[in-house]
Design a protein around this ligand. Structure first.
Ligand SMILES: [Zn+2]
Length: 83
């Protein structure tokens, strides 16, 4: 294994980041990826606890539709439909 491979692997295992590239995770997914006895199962993306993949899907949908960017896209699409 080269040093570069090792670096990539370490980065993929991080869950304690707010950078937004990981996305929502269920409590089980977080437990699987966390080493040590103290497991914080709150989602690294939004801070809520998702117990099932369905909860994650719901959180993703909620987040997307709640952004100003999405509202603008939605409004623009509505304008185009009206012509
Ligand atoms: Zn979440």
């Amino acid at each position: 294994m080269t040093p570069k491979d090792e670096k990539t692997k370490v980065r993929a295992e991080r869950v304690d980041t707010k950078c937004g590239s990981i996305g929502h995770m269920t409590a089980d997914e977080i437990k699987k990826r966390t080493i040590g006895p103290d497991v914080n199962v709150s989602c690294p993306d939004c801070g809520e606890i998702h117990l099932t993949p369905e909860d994650v899907t719901e959180a993703q949908a909620k987040k997307l539709t709640a952004t100003p960017k999405f509202k603008k896209i939605e409004a623009d699409a509505e304008q185009q439909r009206k012509g």
